[in-house]
Design a protein. Structure first.
Length: 286
C-alpha cells in the first residue's frame, strides 16, 4: 500500500521545512468527502481514495511527530514512522462506525512513533517491561513542574503506574539534565492509549547493539556479526547504530544509495535479524 500510494517524502522535497509546506497544500476533507473516500477504499479497494485520505492527514503526522523531538531522533525519521502509522490507520478505518479518521489515526500514528523511539533511543534499555515503558512515556507529565521528585511523589507515581519506586527514581535520574519531550496523557483510557500497542519483547539485536555501543563496540562477537553482512548492510548498521556522533538518518542513506528510505529500513531490519543469530548466544551467556 505504501509503495502504491507514492507519498511525498522529506528527501524528495529537500528539507523538513519544504516538506511541511508541501503537506499543508493538501486540502482537509469534509466529513462527507471523508466518508465517500473511505467507503470507496473499503468496498472497492480504490487506492486513489486511500491516497487522498492519507494526504489530507499528513499535516497531523507532522504535528504529532514534533512532540518526540526531545529524544534526539531525526525529525524526518519520526515523520516517516508516523506516516506508516497513518497508512495502517487508513487501511483499518471503518467509516460506518461514525468516528472521524483523525480520531482513529492519532493512536496508530503515536503507536508507530513510540515503537521507533523504543527501538532507537539508547537510554530506553531500562524500559524492558510494559509497565516500565508506560513509566518511560508518562513520567514527565506526571512529574509536572517538580524539579526533583519527593519520596511521597515517587511512591504515588510507582503505585499509579504499577512499577517499583526505585524504577521511578532510576528513570528520573536518566532524564535529569536532558530536555526531553515526554509525550503521554495520564488521562488516556488504558485500552486506547498508544502505550497499549507496545509489545513486551525480550532482549533482541537492538538491545545487544546498544550495549556494545556503550563499550565502544570492540567485542569480537559484534565484529564477526558485522563481517557476515554484505557491504551495503554493514554500511547501514555502522552508520545507523555504531556512529559515536550524529548517526545517519534513513533519508541520508537513501540518498547515498539512490533508493527509498523504506528500502533502507528494510535492509536495516534484515541486517539486525541476521546479526541476532551471532549476537544472541553471546548475550545469553552474560
Amino acid at each position: 500500500m505504501a509503495r502504491a500510494l507514492a507519498l511525498p517524502t522529506v528527501s524528495a522535497v529537500g528539507s523538513i521545512d519544504a516538506y511541511i509546506q508541501a503537506v499543508r497544500q493538501f486540502p482537509l476533507l469534509s466529513e462527507e468527502e471523508e466518508l465517500t473516500l473511505a467507503t470507496r477504499f473499503r468496498e472497492e479497494d480504490d487506492l486513489d481514495a486511500a491516497r487522498q485520505l492519507v494526504l489530507s492527514h499528513l499535516r497531523l503526522v507532522v504535528a504529532i511527530s514534533r512532540g518526540y523531538l526531545g529524544y534526539g531522533l531525526p525529525h524526518a525519521d519520526l515523520i516517516q514512522e508516523g506516516n506508516v502509522g497513518l497508512m495502517k490507520a487508513v487501511k483499518r478505518f471503518d467509516p460506518r462506525r461514525g468516528v472521524r479518521l483523525v480520531s482513529f489515526a492519532i493512536h496508530w500514528i503515536k503507536a508507530e512513533i513510540h515503537e521507533y523511539v523504543l527501538r532507537n533511543w539508547r537510554m530506553v534499555k531500562v524500559a524492558t517491561t510494559k509497565a516500565q515503558r508506560k513509566l518511560f512515556f508518562n513520567l514527565r507529565s506526571l512529574k509536572g513542574d517538580s524539579e526533583v521528585l519527593t519520596a511521597p511523589q515517587v511512591a504515588q507515581i510507582a503505585q499509579r503506574l504499577s512499577v517499583k519506586p526505585d524504577e521511578v527514581v532510576e528513570m528520573e535520574a536518566r532524564f535529569s539534565g536532558h530536555e526531553l519531550a515526554i509525550d503521554g496523557n495520564a488521562e488516556d483510557d488504558e485500552g486506547l492509549a498508544p502505550i497499549a500497542y507496545l509489545a513486551d519483547h525480550s532482549s533482541g539485536p537492538e538491545e545487544v547493539l546498544q550495549a556494545r555501543a556503550r563499550d565502544q563496540l570492540q567485542g569480537e562477537g559484534l565484529q564477526s556479526a558485522l563481517v557476515s553482512l554484505d557491504p551495503r548492510s554493514r554500511r547501514v548498521i555502522e552508520a545507523r547504530w555504531l556512529a559515536e556522533d550524529n548517526p545517519a538518518t534513513l533519508h541520508e542513506l537513501a540518498a547515498e544509495y539512490g533508493v527509498s528510505a523504506e528500502r533502507i529500513r528494510q535492509i536495516e531490519v534484515r541486517a539486525l535479524q541476521k546479526m541476532r543469530a551471532t549476537l544472541q548466544p553471546l548475550a545469553e551467556t552474560r
